[in-house]
Design a protein around this ligand. Structure first.
Ligand code: SF4
Length: 220
């Protein structure tokens, strides 16, 4: 564990005081759909397709009544052809089992098609304001490089982060790690020369051309 973790968190707070989701959504249904679409896709791309999706399928019931083939035409630029089927089938299940209301427990969410622990944590945190620490590809990579966790899976990294970050800071610190991963600590060629976390970063590959040692295994 990084003996300078407190300095790391303090610097992340200073760098990104107003960390917030970059995906656009305004209710639990939209959060679920946008997050499923964001797997292995950029937030920017998802934000380009969701206005039309939410216009034509404004709620769980409307989505449950369409077909994967129709939805696919809206979301095909987000990759992974199964995403449309997962969204439609998840909404059908929500109608059948939960009266059209997106559930708000980890167990119920991860029983939905296409919803893994990361997606469920995003929905819990940002749709229901339930403390959660989603671990995506950026959080996983930065946690390893900064030695906040050496967990081999996103679930283990999540456990480690939850143990060292105050609960009230989980959501914000999730965003701060993502912001830093997108802007500075890229998977390939991290910009260590302009990284103000450098004094506290023990990663042996920093400042060098070493390929990404901590490849993510982020869940859905
Ligand atoms: S010093 Fe380099 S590897 Fe370490 S956090 Fe900064 S950008 Fe990432």
């Amino acid at each position: 564990m990084n003996e300078h973790k407190d300095e790391v968190f303090e610097e992340l707070r200073r760098l990104y005081p107003a960390a917030a989701p970059e995906l656009h959504f305004s209710n639990p249904y939209e959060t679920l759909v946008a997050t499923i679409l964001s797997a292995q896709c950029t937030d920017r791309r998802v934000n380009q397709v969701t206005p039309a999706v939410f216009r034509d399928f404004p709620d769980v019931r409307a989505m449950a009544e369409t077909t994967p083939e129709i939805l696919h035409e809206y979301v095909k630029s987000c990759g992974i052809s199964k995403k449309a089927a997962n969204i439609v089938n998840a909404c059908r299940m929500i109608c059948e089992k939960y009266g059209g209301e997106v559930p708000h427990t980890m167990e119920e969410l991860t029983a939905l098609p296409g919803v893994g622990r990361k997606t469920a944590n995003v929905v819990l945190a940002f749709a229901f304001n339930i403390p959660a620490f989603p671990v995506d590809t950026h959080v996983f990579r930065l946690s390893h490089r900064l030695d906040l966790s050496q967990g081999g899976t996103p679930d283990k990294v999540e456990q480690d982060l939850c143990a060292i970050v105050p609960k009230e800071d989980w959501q914000d610190m999730h965003h701060r790690l993502i912001f830093h991963g997108r802007r500075v600590c890229h998977a390939q060629r991290p910009d260590c020369a302009r990284c103000t976390l450098c004094p506290f970063c023990p990663w042996p590959g920093k400042n060098g051309p070493e390929p990404d040692a901590a490849s993510p295994r982020a869940g859905a």
